[in-house]
Design a protein around this ligand. Structure first.
Ligand SMILES: Nc1ncnc2c1ncn2[C@@H]1O[C@H](COP(=O)(O)OP(=O)(O)OP(=O)(O)O)[C@@H](O)[C@H]1O
Length: 295
C-alpha cells in the first residue's frame, strides 16, 4: 500500500501543496485531476522522490520512501514524467531497456529480454524497435517512454506506477490504449497514479479520482462521487452536465456553455461586424451563439 501522510511542500516560500493525505491499495488506479497549476505534477514529483515533502511522509508498504534502498525502490516505483526529452540517437529498444538499468545486478538477462519484448509489444512498438528516437513522432516517443517505465516494473506486480499526463501527444487510439494498459496493470495488482486533463478519460478508466485545487486535496472518491457538476464547476470554473453512459455505466461530463466575451473576442481578431459564430460541441451537438454570451 502507498500511504501519503499529511504532506506539505513549499517552493521559494510559496506553498504548493498543503496537508495532503490519501492511501492507495494494490489494484487501484487513481486519476489526479485539477486545473492548471493546481499542484498535480508537484505531487507526482514528491511521490516519485524527485522532491521531498517539507512536512509529512510517504510510506510504501510500511516503509518511508525516504529510507528505501534505491535499487529496491527502482523495482517498486516508476515515474513517467510529463516531458521526456531525448537528444541522442538511441534506438527504441535501447530506451525501453533503460527501464531495466536501475536494478541491473538483480535481474537476469532473460527477465530483461522478456520485459523488453513484452512491453514493446504492449505499447505497439515492435515494428519500431530499431528506429532512432529522434526519427519518431511525439506520440510514438511517448509510447516508448511508457514502455520504458512498464519494463522497469515488469517483474513486480505490486509496484507503484506514476504517470504524469501519459496521453500527451497521443492520437485517440493510443490515448485509450495507454489508459487501458494502465487499468489492466491495476487489475494485476499494480497501484497506478495518473495525472489527466481529460475528465472523461479519467471517468472511463480510473477506479478513483482525486481532485486538487490550490495545492489541496478537495475530493477523493469514485468517478460517480467526484465528477459532479458542482465539483467540476468549483475545480475548473466550467458549467457541465454529468450523465451516465447506459452501455458502460461510466460517468460522462459534457461542458454546457463556454463563456467568452464576444466583444473582446471580436476586437482581438480585429473583426468589426462578424456574423454570429457557431461552435458545435462534440458531445451534444448543441450550438453556442458566442455573441449572445456575456461574462
Ligand atoms: N520550479 C518552479 N518554480 C516556481 N513555481 C513552480 C515551480 N514548479 C511549479 N511551480 C508552481 O507550482 C504550482 C503547481 O504547479 P504544478 O506543475 O504542480 O501544477 P499542475 O497541476 O501540474 O499544472 P498543469 O495542469 O498546468 O500541468 C504552479 O503555480 C506552478 O507555477
Amino acid at each position: 500500500m502507498l500511504r501519503v501522510e499529511s504532506i506539505s511542500y513549499k517552493l521559494n516560500n510559496r506553498p504548493l501543496l498543503k496537508d495532503i493525505s490519501f492511501s492507495i491499495r494494490p489494484g487501484e488506479m487513481v486519476a489526479l485531476l485539477g486545473s492548471n497549476g493546481a499542484g498535480k505534477s508537484t505531487l507526482m514529483r514528491l511521490l516519485s522522490g524527485e522532491r521531498k515533502p517539507d512536512t509529512g511522509r510517504i510510506m510504501l508498504y510500511g516503509d518511508d520512501l525516504a529510507a528505501y534502498n534505491r535499487k529496491i525502490l527502482a523495482t517498486r516505483r516508476a515515474y513517467l514524467q510529463q516531458h521526456n526529452p531525448i537528444s541522442m540517437a538511441f534506438t527504441v529498444r535501447e530506451v525501453v531497456m533503460m527501464g531495466r538499468y536501475g536494478f541491473k545486478s538483480g535481474s537476469s538477462a532473460k527477465n530483461d529480454q522478456t520485459a523488453l519484448l513484452e512491453t514493446m509489444e504492449l505499447c505497439g512498438l515492435t515494428d519500431l524497435a530499431d528506429r532512432s528516437m529522434l526519427s519518431l513522432s511525439g506520440g510514438e516517443q511517448q509510447r516508448v517512454h511508457l514502455a520504458r517505465v512498464l519494463a522497469q516494473l515488469w517483474d513486480n506486480k505490486d509496484a507503484v506506477l506514476l504517470l504524469d499526463e501519459p496521453t500527451n501527444n497521443m492520437d485517440l487510439q493510443f490515448q485509450h490504449q495507454t489508459l487501458a494498459i494502465a487499468a489492466a496493470m491495476a487489475k494485476k495488482g499494480y497501484m497506478i497514479v495518473v495525472v489527466l486533463h481529460e475528465v472523461n478519460l479519467a471517468a472511463q478508466y480510473a477506479s478513483r479520482i482525486i481532485i486538487l485545487k490550490d495545492g489541496r486535496k478537495w475530493w477523493d472518491g469514485t468517478p460517480v462521487q467526484v465528477l459532479t457538476p458542482q465539483h467540476i464547476y468549483t475545480a475548473f470554473g466550467i458549467h457541465a452536465q454529468a450523465y451516465t453512459d447506459q452501455s458502460s455505466l461510466k460517468t460522462v461530463i459534457v461542458p454546457k456553455e463556454i463563456k467568452l466575451d464576444a466583444a473582446k473576442f471580436n476586437s482581438n481578431l480585429q473583426v468589426l461586424h462578424q456574423p454570429v459564430y457557431k461552435l458545435k460541441t462534440t458531445e451534444t451537438d448543441e450550438l453556442i451563439n458566442l455573441q449572445s454570451v456575456k461574462i
